[in-house]
Write a protein that binds this ligand. Structure first.
Ligand SMILES: [Zn+2]
Length: 405
């Protein structure tokens, strides 16, 4: 490339054009800033000086003086909601919605904002109404998700079913919680006094259909349906059918065996067939060890084969999977057995006091004897299908915290 001296003619011209453009831009900025109220700059100043409360007051003043500033209203409303000042957030968004000349795009935006305000303020009925109005808008997916959440927290399962179906149509996402909604309905009918068998049966059929339709039905959803089938059979006095479902669960969702171990024990004990159950559960324990299963196998072994066999099982199991909780369970079972059978007290002579051992172990097991959510870490003594912390479904493992370490 060669440099030609006549190109230099263009240099002053370029400088001139640059100067002109800058001047035009600066004038434009000046004329815009003249239109802004003083409060705007005061607000900015407060923000720069890290005085957010006074900044908000100044911006509220701007919003009052110039109601056309929709973006400022949105920003303020959002800020109030984040700070937990729900009344103020709602008022800002209400004032926007009250404007007759608000463009429909901004109206939808304001509606979506106020729905979030209501939700956060716990005004679920108003949130529901606002979200329903967002149907067929660009916020419809967000609204559908929020509606699902609202119905879940109200335990309005029929509406949750309807909402989650709409959501899956919008997003093509799979909805694993559908099974659980039907199960929740079945459980409610089962827990009524007297149990409402027909309604529970119907809900469980729906749950079964959902499990069958769902391409990726999970061990958790299969386990829950089978557990409810067993509970329904038990409530109806059909022990044989109950046993069928419980044993099916062992095959289909083996890791959930701990949740039904004591139901199994009661079922087999009623017909005095504990030896048969012990054989089945001992085998299952080797493949899928869990604390609740350990507990039941230990007690059954004690009952069927005596204390020595039970402690031999405990020693082998605790050596393979060292567990304080397991030891505590075994000690508790021994204490119970001793209460039932005073004679066995003799055989314990010379050993460390059982009560002392139990107390020592118990002090360390309290924090381990919990189920925990693998998403948010929320821990609870009871097993939940839906986490009370993050509201996720099937986020609890059927194993205790100690077993997951
Ligand atoms: Zn959670």
């Amino acid at each position: 490339m060669t440099f030609e001296s006549w190109w230099l003619i263009f240099l002053p011209l370029l400088f001139g054009l640059g100067w002109l453009a800058a001047r035009i831009d600066f004038r434009h900025m000046l004329s815009e800033s003249r239109n802004l109220p003083d409060s705007y700059f005061k607000g900015l100043n407060f923000l720069l000086n890290e005085q957010p409360d006074r900044a908000i007051d100044a911006f509220v003043e701007v919003a009052k003086l110039d109601p056309e500033t929709t973006e400022l209203h949105f920003a303020l409303g959002n800020l109030f909601r984040r700070r937990g000042e729900m009344e103020r957030a709602i008022r800002v968004h209400q004032s926007l919605l009250a404007r007759a000349d608000l463009p429909s795009r901004d109206r939808e935006h304001a509606l979506n904002e106020i729905a979030q305000d209501y939700l956060k303020a716990g005004m679920l009925d108003r949130a529901e109404m606002a979200y329903k109005e967002l149907k067929n808008t660009r916020y419809q997916q967000q609204a559908a998700r929020a509606l699902v959440r609202i119905y879940e927290s109200e335990h309005d399962w029929p509406k949750a079913i309807e909402a989650v179906r709409k959501l899956s149509k919008l997003t093509n996402e799979s909805v694993p919680q559908l099974v659980h909604y039907h199960c929740e309905i079945a459980q409610t009918h089962l827990l009524r006094q007297p149990p409402e068998f027909e309604a529970a049966r119907k809900a469980l059929d729906e749950a079964g259909n959902s499990v069958a339709q769902e391409n990726e039905s999970t061990p958790a959803s299969r386990a829950r349906v089978l557990m409810l089938e067993a509970a329904l059979a038990r409530a109806g006095g059909d022990a044989k059918l109950e046993r069928h479902y419980l044993l099916t669960l062992l095959d289909e969702a083996p890791s959930f065996a701990g949740l039904i171990a004591s139901d199994l024990q009661n079922n087999f004990a009623a017909s005095e067939e504990c030896a048969q159950l012990l054989e089945r559960l001992s085998g299952h324990y080797q493949e899928h060890p869990s604390l609740d299963l350990f507990d039941v196998v230990f007690r059954l072994t004690w009952r069927e084969q005596g204390a020595h066999a039970a402690w031999a099982f405990a020693q082998a199991a605790l050596t393979a999977h060292p567990s304080l909780l397991g030891l505590e369970r075994a000690l508790a079972a021994q204490a119970r057995a001793q209460q039932d059978d005073q004679a066995s007290l003799q055989s314990n002579d010379g050993l460390v006091s059982l009560d002392l051992l139990k107390r020592l172990v118990g002090r360390h097991t309290q924090r381990l004897d919990r189920y925990s959510c693998r998403v948010c870490g929320f821990q609870a003594r009871a097993f939940y299908w839906q986490c009370p912390g993050c509201h996720g479904w099937e986020t609890y493992s059927p194993r205790r915290v100690e077993e997951q370490q």
